[in-house]
Ligand binder design. Sequence first.
Ligand SMILES: O=C(O)CCC(=O)C(=O)O
Ligand SMILES: [Fe+2]
Length: 253
Amino acid sequence: MAKDKKSKAPKGRSVEAVAPIAPPSWPPFKPSLPVSDLHAETLVESKIVVFRNFWPRNLCRDYVSFLKTLPLVTTPGKPKRGEAVRVNDRFQIDDPSFAQRLWLETGLKDAILDSSVSSLWGGDVVGLNPNIRVYRYSKGQYFDCHYDDSNNLTLSPTTDAPPPQQQQQPSSLAAKTTWTLLLYLTSASDGCLGGDTVFYRRDRPLASEAVAVSPETGMLLLHKHGDDCMLHEGREVTAGEKWVLRTDLCVRR
Ligand SMILES: O=C(O)CCC(=O)C(=O)O
Ligand SMILES: [Fe+2]
């Protein structure tokens, strides 16, 4: 089954230097977060966890208005051999500072490190993947069945971090991703129909073994990825728009 290879760098050298895109000015988290206690709910033991109402509706709405202004790129053509078929519009940016804000300013760090769930994540959680992805699925768009890979990365300190001599942690940290995070910004209540994220209990997309998660505005879903990733898909959107923010949980390696 196809792997989600979309975040891999292309092989070979590029002839022209490509100027890195400046990170967007993400809107503030208003009202300040978390708005209520974050409570982890298990959908599949050791594999899928959700936090409902992670973001309030009005923050999701502000974000969607903002995300619409970003230069989203529609899936380019046919996927390469072995790649998952993803048909949507996407914006991708390496933004350590926003990843840090999502981790520290939303209540997520405390919720993830809570003793009720802290053993799930496959190691010492150190933060979120700076590779931030925004997806917009319009009518007819979907993400076909695939598995998400675990990736090794080196987390560098963010510019808003204190200088190295005042830090307990080394200046850069070897990490790997272990769980995917999906934050749903729209749902049926905003006119988005279809678009369920569907997981399969075995490596075949059998309807009888499907665990379908309908988008809920403001819900954060985490699922284990890498070797134990469940086969999953983003079903076709049949009306409205499905907006999702994606990153990953990182543990020390
Ligand atoms: O949009 C979805 O529901 C699924 C997204 C997904 O599987 C991914 O980002 O790897
Ligand atoms: Fe995925």
